[in-house]
Design a protein around this ligand. Structure first.
Ligand code: SAH
Ligand code: SF4
Length: 436
């Protein structure tokens, strides 16, 4: 797998094929994290169980793994005692490795994670008064190169596997101590090497909600209520793995999070949008950021491949979008680039012309070393928001979160080295050429 990471910057859909066959870990066991019912049953079948047994055990293990957060077969109390060591010899339930966990002064948490083959990526948890949102990564780096995004300056790109994607949500539940109660033994008896709340790998944070106050957040008292695919990477360039991971997240017997609480953000990979609606069915967010070809070509270079009209048509056709489930249009506020009154009016006109059930999310630009833009002044952002709002479209300003730990939108990048302008330009040209 290390080789895939060194491949040249790839082209369009599914740019870096990640081995989808299930490869054993260094201890010879197969990791079940990220696998579906059917895949687990197949492995049990191959290991020697008869088909009926394999199916039954797979169902039980799936439930313990994803619904209860168990990492040890010994804790799976409805599986025969003699069967548990047989499973443990052959299989394991892993988590992405936690390299570092940081807590922002505003309560936002960022984790630096590492894949088994040594690539770093990040996830962020953003607690709010009425919800807690986990921002999940889909790739290490990004093949695209939006000019305002720090992740886009990463050269190394590899798709995350379903296990690495669903593993982020599992880790967050570990760290927040949020697996369903009533199964104290699995948590208490979990693999001590696995990161859990208060384990050395996931430092306990000051001011966390360890003793869940049920009056907060959702009815079941959980902190993690929402997921946004807005971390590193372009999720629609890693479609199969993102879909497979989110299916487990949405499965009632899996992590059981409603599709209405999950939002997938794309920079505009038009050919994959219909499939996204049909096969995943989550809420959609589109990184629009500009209202004319010239500016969008510059700041979201994918626009040169899939232009604004095509993108907005794909939005209008997005399965499942309605006034009750609006598409979010993300719009980063860049000083003197896309933030005029005229831009705001054009945005309204476009959204109306395509009859889009839309809400606009204005994102103050989050700076990073060497970034070629500045954030619009607060007064400009306010005025832009007013114009859109007065036209009857909701246009809240997203409050930047976790800026002090570089966890805010577009600040994710795993190595902190500063690239020169010439290097950044060269990288942008390389990525653009690879897009074709
Ligand atoms: N690749 C996907 C999802 C990840 S980016 C996409 O582009 O939609 C999540 C959001 O953060 C996107 O809307 C992205 O445009 C925005 N973003 C990127 N860099 C930013 C920055 N420096 N400041 C503010 N928002 C940024
Ligand atoms: Fe990639 Fe999204 Fe960043 Fe663009 S904004 S470079 S698509 S992660």
């Amino acid at each position: 797998m290390a080789d895939t990471a060194l491949m040249s910057i790839p082209g369009p859909i599914d740019p870096v094929p990640v081995a989808r066959e299930i490869t054993p870990r260094s201890d010879g066991r197969l990791d079940l994290l990220g696998l579906t019912h059917t895949q687990i049953a197949e492995l049990f079948d191959n290991a020697g169980l008869d088909a009926r047994q394999a199916k039954l055990r797979a169902k039980q293990v799936f439930h313990w793994l994803y619904h209860r957060g168990v990492t040890e077969f010994e804790a799976m109390t409805d599986i025969a005692k003699t069967m548990r060591p047989w499973l443990a010899e052959r299989f394991a339930i892993g988590r992405p490795e936690v390299v570092e966990a940081q807590l922002s002064s505003d309560g936002t948490r960022k984790w630096l994670l590492r894949t088994a083959d040594g690539h770093d990526f990040e996830m962020v948890f953003i607690p709010d008064a009425d919800r807690g949102t986990l921002c999940v990564s889909s790739q290490v780096g990004c093949t695209l190169n939006c000019r305002f995004c720090h992740t886009g300056t990463m050269r190394l790109v590899r798709n995350l596997t379903p296990g690495e994607i669903v593993g982020q949500v599992m880790l967050a539940r570990d760290a927040l101590g949020e697996w369903p109660k009533g199964n104290a033994s699995p948590r208490a008896g979990g693999d001590p090497r696995q990161p859990r709340a208060c384990s050395p790998e996931v430092p306990a944070f000051a001011g966390t909600h360890e003793d869940d106050d049920d009056s907060e957040y959702t009815a079941d008292g959980r902190l993690l209520t929402n997921i946004v695919m807005m971390g590193m990477g372009e999720p629609l360039y890693n479609f199969d793995n993102v879909r497979d991971a989110l299916k487990i997240v949405m499965d009632g017997d899996g992590l059981a999070l409603s599709k209405r609480r999950i939002t997938l953000s794309t920079s505009g990979v038009v050919p994959m949008m219909a499939r996204c609606g049909e096969e995943i069915g989550t809420n959609l967010a589109v990184s629009l950021h500009a209202v004319n070809k010239e500016v969008r070509d510059e700041i979201v270079p994918l626009n040169r491949k899939y232009g604004l009209e095509e993108l907005l048509e794909a939005c209008a056709a997005y399965p499942g979008a309605s006034n009750a489930r609006r598409i979010t249009f993300e719009y980063v506020m860049l000083k003197d680039k896309n933030d005029s009154d005229e831009d705001a009016r054009e945005l309204v006109r476009l959204l109306k012309r395509y009859k889009l059930p839309a809400k606009v999310n204005l994102i103050p630009f989050n700076p990073w070393p060497g970034a070629p833009y500045e954030c619009s002044a607060p007064e400009r952002v306010r005025r832009f928001s007013e114009i859109v709002f007065e036209a009857g479209i909701s246009a809240p300003v997203r409050t930047p979160r976790g800026r002090d730990i570089d966890a805010a939108c577009g600040q994710l990048k795993t190595s902190a080295e500063k690239k020169s302008r010439a290097e950044l330009d060269r990288l942008a040209a390389e990525k653009q050429a690879a897009l074709g």
